[in-house]
Design a protein around this ligand. Sequence first.
Ligand code: L34
Length: 296
Amino acid sequence: MTAKIINGKEIAEQIRQELRTKIAALKARGITPGLAVVLVGEDPASQSYVRMKGRACEDLGLYSKTIVKPATTSEEELLTIIDSLNADPRINGILVQLPLPKHIDENKIILRIDPDKDVDGFHPINVGKMLIGEPGFLPCTPHGIQEMLMRSGNDPEGKHVVVVGRSNIVGKPVAAILVQKAKGANATVTIAHSRTRDLGSITRTGDIMVAAIGSPEFIKADMIKEGAVIIDVGSNRVSDPSAKRGYRWTGDVDFEAVKEKASAITPVPGGVGPMTIVMLMSNTVLSASRAHRQDI
Ligand code: L34
């Protein structure tokens, strides 16, 4: 079997079009949703993600503000920036790009963001709401994965989803979302990770696999079930002297081999990445409509 490619770029574009209608409705009422992105340091991958977020805002006609600070920025300074964004009525969404430099406590920073502007869905209030199935903000990558599954005809209901990876950004929340008693969910979920014994014996039972390990091409063909749906969350920048820019993006899945055994697979680039960006736009629009009590 050769897998169907789940085109994240195309699905994200479809969602962008839906957002344009909502944004036009808000603008007709004098409301322009606004997003602030804060980047601390000079990690090249982070720089490129932050650039893409700014460009997506521009493309949709959202107000956007990108704040770039040196790696030496203190925790106190960053907290002050967040306080001012919390108080700024033009800003509906605040995102602090992770990872932060080691001397800054990420949890402390996230806790300072107004939960009503937490478009990343990382604040413990929103994490709690997600877990109990209450409306808040769903984290962009996990929510994007859910949208991707549904819009590609791979409803997770009743299926066994094996998540590989247990980060707060992807592994844990995607499991929490897909296990909900809700449309687009109702899955049986297993979370496997670096300490899982005999990983392959677990991953081979997954009808759907979400690979979020952060290790290039870690998932080999012999680790998946024949006909499985493979969601590759990996976003690894590996150096490649033959590439124009000197690097290329690769996922956590050995794409060439796995695509011969899976029924559907997301590519890297052009898979989960664009979904993350568009769900961020969606959360920002949602936040603005809530802030102005608009039902769109
Ligand atoms: N706070 N930190 C916070 N929020 C997030 O949602 C993120 N993440 C992850 C890292 N840190 C974060 C992102 O934005 C990863 N991530 C992300 C976003 C976009 C893409 C990849 C990761 C993406 O669109 N990648 C492209 C390839 C890159 C390119 O074309 O230059 C792709 O097609 O996969």
